[in-house]
Design a protein around this ligand. Structure first.
Ligand SMILES: C[S@@+](CC[C@H](N)C(=O)[O-])C[C@H]1O[C@@H](n2cnc3c(N)ncnc32)[C@H](O)[C@@H]1O
Length: 241
């Protein structure tokens, strides 16, 4: 019975067409302590934990050394796990929102990692690092918030060392219709009110790029070594300088 149920769900997921909707830009930073705290609560939910596990296993494929930046680091969950798994890295977290950075700094202190991780307030489009200074940049669920993605990607290219890598994980807006339905249901059941009021998380999905759109944006930058792995409602983009 269970197997038949799972099969029906899988058929539903893959048979429903992809959503073809126009991109609706999102807000850039989490500009209120309430929104930051509500998002922080959400990051403890299973899908976020699975994402972080997936990112860590991806990072283990690289011979990581030197300086790694988590761009749009939010309240610091991922960078703390990176610090615990890669103790020799020089870690920096960057975010445009001072409210989430306050949460990140508090959490880093609680984990006794304040000597290992430094946080900087700043925008992807005006990246607070010097040229050719960073070995690896990671960014999860942040790209769709950036108001100037081409400028941001050019900044990322500028600060990466030669052969440096930028790894992005983000939603793709052309997800299957089923995923939109699922996200709307989850929103009703578990998402804090303050996030619903700003149309999250569905607003983030609607602000996501399609693979074609992101390829077009990347083509306006100096990155030419690009790999995009596509999944149901999200994608991994790897770029090498
Ligand atoms: C959905 S949260 C993701 C946080 C974290 N990376 C995660 O996966 O849990 C998006 C984060 O990107 C930050 N952000 C948005 N636009 C940004 C920009 N232009 N530069 C830097 N950070 C930005 C927001 O303030 C927010 O903390």
């Amino acid at each position: 019975m269970l197997i038949i149920g799972i099969l029906i769900i899988l058929i539903l997921i893959f048979s429903l067409p992809r959503k073809k909707n126009l991109r609706k830009p999102s807000f850039e930073g989490f500009d209120s302590p309430e929104v930051a705290a509500a998002f922080e609560k959400m990051t403890n939910f299973l899908p976020f934990k699975i994402l972080r596990r997936r990112i860590l296993s991806e990072l283990k494929k690289y011979n990581l050394k030197g300086k790694l930046v988590d761009l749009g680091c939010g309240s610091g969950n991922l960078i703390i796990q990176i610090a615990n798994n890669f103790p020799n890295l020089d870690l920096k977290g960057v975010d445009i929102s001072s409210d989430v950075l306050e949460l990140a700094k508090k959490r880093v202190l609680e984990n006794n990692l304040n000597k290992k991780i430094e946080f900087k307030i700043g925008s992807a489009a005006d990246f607070p690092f010097s040229d050719n200074s960073i070995d690896f940049i990671i960014s999860t669920l942040s790209l769709h918030h950036w108001q100037e993605p081409t400028k941001a990607l050019s900044e990322i290219f500028r600060v990466l060392k030669q052969n440096g890598i930028f790894l992005i994980f983000d939603f793709r807006r052309d997800a299957r219709k089923f995923f939109y339905g699922l996200l709307k249901f989850v929103t009703k059941v578990v998402v804090p009110k303050v996030l619903k009021e700003i149309n999250e998380p569905i607003g983030s999905l609607q602000a996501g790029y399609t693979p074609t759109e992101i390829r077009r944006i990347i083509s306006q930058t100096s990155f030419d070594n690009i790999e995009i792995d596509l999944y149901l409602a999200w994608m991994f983009i790897k770029m090498k300088k």
